[in-house]
Design a protein around this ligand. Sequence first.
Ligand code: TGC
Ligand code: FAD
Length: 395
Amino acid sequence: MAKLNPFDLYDIQSLLTEEELMIKDSVARFVDERAMPVIAGYFDDAKFPSELIPEIAEMGLLGSSLEGYGCAGLNAVSYGLICQELERCDSGLRSFVSVQSSLCMYPIHAYGSEDQKQRWLPGMAAGEIIGCFGLTESHGGSDPANMKTHARREGNDWIINGSKMWITNGSIADVAIVWARSEEGIMGFLLEKGMEGFEARTIKSKMSLRASVTSELYFDNVRVPETNRLPNVTGLKGPLGCLTQARYGITWGPIGSAIACLEEVVNYTADRILFGRPLAANQAIQIRLADMARKITAAQLFSLQLGRLKDAGKMQPTQVSIAKWNNVRMALDIARDCRDILGGSGITTEYQAIRHMLNLESVITYEGTETITYEGTETVHQLVVGRELTGINAF
Ligand code: TGC
Ligand code: FAD
């Protein structure tokens, strides 16, 4: 019998097109040769590896699924595979690409004027302009409808006041997509670095996503011209539409983290001799490894079908919620279990498991939290699915 690939037990590779496989392989090569050797150092130092941005851009990974304006125009499955390979290295690397692509370039592409697209997208695809996405506020990210950041019209300008919290790329961004409430509804604005009254402060002491920049944004009477407002969307569906794009990519990313963790412990348990035999020779260890492989396989099938639905123009937000909920929980559980199997070695960043585990604590929180407790399960994605099943909005 042919030997199976332990990290692709259902031969998902055979379901990919030649182009999709080529993209996956080239990102995997970049990750193995350029990103893996440096990532633990950046995580330890709590720094974002900006040295990698030019190569990420050169490979066409920024705004990869958008058409025109210097973007690669790849399909959704390719974008997913890019996220998976990047997150096999670190969630922070995938976060950078998710935010730039799905949360900044996507809204400019989908809701922006032609002038805005011409002005921002080619530089963002080239990695020369960095973006961030400001939706969450400190009083409660799960409920963005309750936003306090406010925009008031004054002639041909808008005056923006308020603040945003937990913003990926905030302090390194040249442009921020800021969602604010106005008398005409929730609107998106392009705030440029250096605008008077606009300040970004890096959040320190994070124990998660240390190789990613997370910031607070402050707006004190920031004057923004009407030409910097996204003209083609009003209402919460603007930011929520972006989240659907980003969450889709996030369903793929943690599959990469989980594979990295499993691969590490498969190797570790083969070499570690305890009680006179390899750790991997114990049933109790094999059952844990098998359970990880089972969960990864299910997650791979979720994301691939989701990607095929997206490419066919049929993907629904509820389907994204199910996959985000399942796949991030899967990866977090695997990373925690791998950390444990590594014993004491598992508590330093010499091994990957603890870094992935800590990162995934953010990934499960951002883009809609999902918490499973022994008492019950009641958070954003679970309630989205519950609403689909019952027709009752329980938020
Ligand atoms: P609801 O009243 O249902 O909808 C309001 C309007 O939005 C439309 N809509 C969507 N459109 C596109 N995609 C979706 N997923 C959509 N969900 C809703 C809806 O049709 C409606 O349109 P219209 O025309 O009728 O006005 O909204 P709701 O209040 O019921 O929503 C509740 C809830 C909890 C689902 C929503 O508020 C939510 O998703 N909360 C979580 C917020 C969140 O995920 N924030 C993430 C911030 S960004 C981030 O974390 C980036 S981290 C990235 C990284 O570093 O990688
Ligand atoms: P809260 O909304 O206060 O939720 C707290 C807890 O209550 C959670 O466990 C939640 O599941 C639970 N809960 C909430 N509602 C219910 C309910 N109805 N029933 C039961 N339980 C409920 N935001 C951006 O806008 N842009 C970014 O770039 C960005 N990047 C981020 C990067 C990092 C590293 C992190 C950690 C966050 C980032 N976020 C970003 C913010 C993120 O989206 C929010 O943290 C998330 O939406 C949750 O909001 P909160 O932290 O205010 O938690």
